[in-house]
Write a protein that binds this ligand. Sequence first.
Ligand code: ADP
Length: 399
Amino acid sequence: MEKLKTEIEELKSRLAEAEETLNAIRSGEVDALVASGPDGDQIFTLQGAEMPYRILVEEMNQGALMLIPDGTILYANTRFSQLSKTPLEQVIGSSWQQFFPRDKHPQLETHLKTTEPVSPPEEWSLQAADGSFCPVQLSLRSMSASGVKGFSVIVTDLTGRKQSENALRKTSAELLERNEALEAFSNIVSHDMRAPLRTMQGFVAILLEEYGDKLGSEAKSYLDRIQSSANRLARLIHDVLAYTRLSGDKNEVATFDLDKMMREIVETYPNLSGPNIEIVASSAKVRGHELALGQCVSNLLGNALKFVPPGRVPCVKFWTEATNGRLRLWVQDNGIGILPKDQGRIFDVFSRVHNDAAYEGTGLGLSMVKKAVEKMGGQVGVDSELGQGSRFWIELDRA
Ligand code: ADP
């Protein structure tokens, strides 16, 4: 009797254990069981364990296929059926080649011979049941599941991406066209303004030269003002033309010697020599548009010589510095300097900080530098302290 009671108790506890396991399976807490038997431990995977993966593959935005090595489709997800506009039951069991144009079949066969994962970068055309084509990208991986050798294929639909690319291409073509029209317009306007301006400058000069003595001081001062305004307008036209020419510059990027270029530019300033100028030699070569960069260096040098307080002898130093595969060209002066709050805006078009008559200008020089350097993929900047001088830099790719 006692023995029977013990057996009942033992059976009850085993039943409770079995119920507990069943509940865990029902609630999804368990997705695999290890059962010990005469042949050792065996793992039983429950069907529910595959559910998350199935859901993932079914819900994903890409088409998914499983092929055997001859290209027969063993499995396809709903997305592939949508992309190919073919009912799933017709997809499964068919050959994957039927979804691609005939001339691509040899390439598809080559991919099925490889054991390495392949993601051909090119675009493929997936042929749908209604004869339409969808641009796709493929990614293949050989695999072996439940003893079956085969391939998994992920098919990414490129339609959306292509539409955005086309829209972007169209917008940039339109922008380019507008920009070119604007450049042509400002070129014509600037050129056409030059001729009457030259006439004005010429006649004012004649008046001052030939009749200056006969004119009263007031009349002479009016003529002086006309002359300086005409000169200012001439400078503006020159700078606007240089600025637009810069954006129209379609020169190829080339490798050149920065040192040589700086020396050549300095030579164009006849009064600049000896202690006024120092060029620290560097053998480094840069990549850029030589003409445009020459214009930039010339603008920086012109400013370095111009923005100096009265009575101070200008002193300019050029040197280069290598940083992360790039080359930085420095132009340092001993001039009036720029307040930190103004250092950002001086590169904007027509932006001038020092407007006094002593420092004439159009406010286009530095914007030209910025535009040209950025076109070459470089950067510009300045370090400066009021009254202590400035250090402008241009950074470009090293050749
Ligand atoms: P511009 O020289 O024709 O006035 P820029 O575009 O070359 O025009 O320069 C913009 C402004 O930046 C100048 O008006 C000046 O106020 C300031 N600037 C430029 N270079 C220097 C410099 N080396 N030192 C001090 N200020 C400068």
